[in-house]
Design a protein around this ligand. Structure first.
Ligand SMILES: [Zn+2]
Length: 218
């Protein structure tokens, strides 16, 4: 599956129609331009080559944002939030901007307890109500993005924050063949040092309840 196929599939949990989905990186675009072209048989996402310098998550967000227009099917993802925020912040790229107090406090707590206050403050943002991807760390923009559903549960917010900060600390590691390693052995070992050993169970329960609530619309 190419990146565009994966982005479209992840967004809708299916392929919206039977057309082939392709991605092309082109040198003829200026800056970070991109567009999407289509025929009755194929949808092609054309991205400027410059996009290759950015993370897959960000490119997925871009493709999904274009996909919503083409397929006229609404959906939302954390990657799309990330992309939107990235575009908004392009002029002051990688500059720290103001963020939600809840996130700020959570960052401070985790930084103090687990990182000896050694981490610099990343950009901190709440994303959409996501139930599968609960948080994300974007290396390129130094941004921690956390699903909105944790706004009313600080305990779990801290745990997600801790996880994403571990990504910041450990950086991007790649295998010899160039694949990204997201959760290395050292990462997992350090993650297991989280104080509350029951936290994974609490997280699963919380997400399940939230999802049921969301499903029934209350
Ligand atoms: Zn992770």
């Amino acid at each position: 599956m190419n990146l565009a196929m994966r982005a479209v599939f992840d967004l809708y949990d299916k392929f919206p129609d039977s057309r082939r989905i392709n991605i092309k990186y082109s040198g003829r675009f200026k800056d970070l331009n991109a567009n999407v072209t289509y025929t009755s048989r194929e949808v092609v996402f054309n991205l400027s080559k410059k996009w290759l310098e950015f993370s897959e998550e960000l490119r997925v967000g871009l493709i999904q944002t274009l996909a919503v227009r083409i397929y006229k099917l609404n959906s939302q993802s954390l990657e799309m939030d990330l992309y939107e925020k990235f575009v908004k912040n392009l002029p002051k790229f990688a500059k720290i901007d103001k963020s939600d107090e809840l996130l700020e406090d959570s960052f401070k707590r985790m930084n103090k307890i687990y990182f000896d206050e050694n981490l610099t403050r990343p950009n901190l943002v709440f994303g959409a109500d996501a139930f599968t991807k609960l948080g994300h760390y974007e290396h390129q923009t130094d941004t921690v993005l956390i699903s909105n559903i944790f706004k009313d549960n600080l305990e779990l917010l801290d745990y997600i924050m801790f996880h994403e900060l571990l990504h910041k600390k450990h950086g991007l590691k790649k295998t010899k063949s160039g694949r990204s390693i997201h959760h290395s052995k050292e990462f997992k070992l350090e993650e297991a040092g989280f104080e509350d050993k029951d936290i994974e169970r609490k997280l699963r329960n919380f997400v399940r309840k939230k999802r049921v609530k969301n499903w029934f619309g209350f």
